[in-house]
Write a protein that binds this ligand. Structure first.
Ligand code: CMC
Length: 391
């Protein structure tokens, strides 16, 4: 067995080759197809980034228009899917609903199981990206007991999602451009992040040739955990629990105490040993959104102060723990009006683009094989069976 490399958590194993995303964790650099994340967040749109990740190049005007039309055409879900939602308890966590409903899409698209047909792969990819906002909004509406809102194809991808989420019967809902722009930026910042746990899960599930909708459901399950996508929900809950800046030292002390399992949520990263470049954009966006919406939230003051204290604390300096993408996203999402239980759902919606792009890259990679790690066996050596009466 010693011919295998033991690498728990895959800290030094490259599981694949990929041309999508580059990270230099020491310098805090993140590039998609060569373009810095900061520039994409400032200058492009989520649909443009989706096109870039899927196709390798930024779209020309007509290519983007066509891509938008294609995605828009697929935003509806089958009417039968609505009955699927109704099987869930009304207090179900929206991520539990997402795992189930996205997995159930595989039953609606059996054709997608033909993964060697490029046309089928393309349609499945477009369907997933297009239907995710519809399903996410339905999960939210279901949890608050309101009727589902159908997609409005006159709106942008992000505007449409906001309308499906916030529109109430018999009331006009007009998408606020400030919120739409902030939401779109949050989606860009979450679109892809090379071989993180959920993306690796999607690749591993997909490596057996499984239906892509089922593979994305596996990714959603993995994303849910608090060490991964669930950190945005956990971070905001933590900031609210801290409540006022004077209680920060107590929580810093807990994070440093090895006998206390508590960790500062939204801090630290497997790859970044420097400021997460997404957190830089996120903090700036939080500033803008709160200011433009005229929202004052003490949680933002707690976040900023906590960041300053941690960045100057020797424990965090020594371990190179910096704020990650999840630290400030919750402040913005909360200002927009999302309950914390929806935060990870929004992450899943955006990351679907990365999952789908990585899945396509894997399927078309000539070196692709089923993912099958080995192990170092630590159990008993061979022994004889003992009859039950003699044990
Ligand atoms: N608070 C306090 N101590 C920490 C923290 C934290 N947030 N993160 C890491 N450490 C300590 C940890 O205790 C360990 O100390 P020691 O070497 O003395 O045992 C050391 O730093 C290294 O941590 P690790 O757990 O071995 O590192 P990892 O690469 O396996 O974990 C992580 C990375 C992101 C899971 C971890 O930093 C963490 O749990 N952070 C909080 C959750 C979080 O914010 N997750 C979001 C990640 S970014 C976006 C996403 O994936 O969704």
């Amino acid at each position: 067995t010693d011919m295998f490399t033991y690498d728990p958590g895959f800290t030094s194993t490259a599981s694949c080759q990929s041309g999508l995303t580059y990270i230099d964790g020491d310098k805090g650099v993140l590039l998609h197809r060569g373009y810095p994340i900061g520039e994409l967040a400032e200058k492009s749109s989520f649909m443009e980034v989706a096109y870039l990740l899927l196709n390798g190049e930024l779209p020309k005007q007509d290519e983007l228009a066509k891509f938008n039309r294609t995605i828009t055409r697929h935003t509806m879900v089958h009417e039968q899917l609505a009955t699927f939602f109704r099987g869930f308890r009304r207090d179900a966590h929206p991520m539990a609903i997402m795992c189930g409903v996205v997995g159930a899409l595989s039953a609606f698209y059996h054709d997608s199981t033909d993964i060697n047909d490029p046309k089928q792969r393309e349609i499945a990819s477009h369907r997933l990206i297009a239907k995710m906002p519809t399903i996410a909004a339905m999960a939210y509406k279901y949890s608050i007991g309101q009727p589902f809102v159908y997609p409005d194809n006159a709106l942008s991808y992000t505007g449409n999602f906001l309308k499906m989420t916030y529109s109430v019967p018999a009331e006009d809902y007009v998408v606020d451009p400030v919120i739409e722009a902030a939401m779109d930026k949050i989606f860009i910042l979450h679109a892809d992040h090379e071989q993180n746990a959920s993306t690796s899960t999607v690749r591993l599930a997909g490596s057996s040739g499984a239906n892509p909708f089922a593979c994305i459901a596996a990714g959603i399950a993995c994303l849910w955990g608090p060490a991964h996508g669930g950190a945005n929900e956990a971070a905001l809950n933590m900031l609210r629990e801290i409540g006022t800046p004077d209680r920060i030292p107590e929580y810093i002390a807990r994070a440093k105490n090895k006998d206390d399992p508590f960790r500062l949520m939204g801090f630290g990263h497997r790859v970044y040993k420097n400021y997460d470049p997404r957190a830089t954009v996120m903090q700036k966006t939080a500033n803008e959104v709160l200011e433009k919406l005229g929202v004052t939230d003490p949680v933002f003051d707690v976040a900023r102060e906590l960041e300053q204290i941690a960045l100057n604390d020797e424990y965090f300096i020594e371990k190179k723990l910096y704020p990650n993408v999840d630290f400030y996203s919750g402040v913005i999402l909360s200002a927009i009006g999302f309950p914390t239980t929806m935060f990870t759902v929004l992450f899943a919606l955006a990351r679907t683009v990365g999952w789908v792009a990585q899945w396509n890259e894997m399927i078309t990679d000539p070196a692709q094989k089923i993912g099958r790690p080995r192990q170092l066996y630590t159990g008993p050596t061979q022994r004889d069976y003992v009859a039950i009466g003699d044990r």
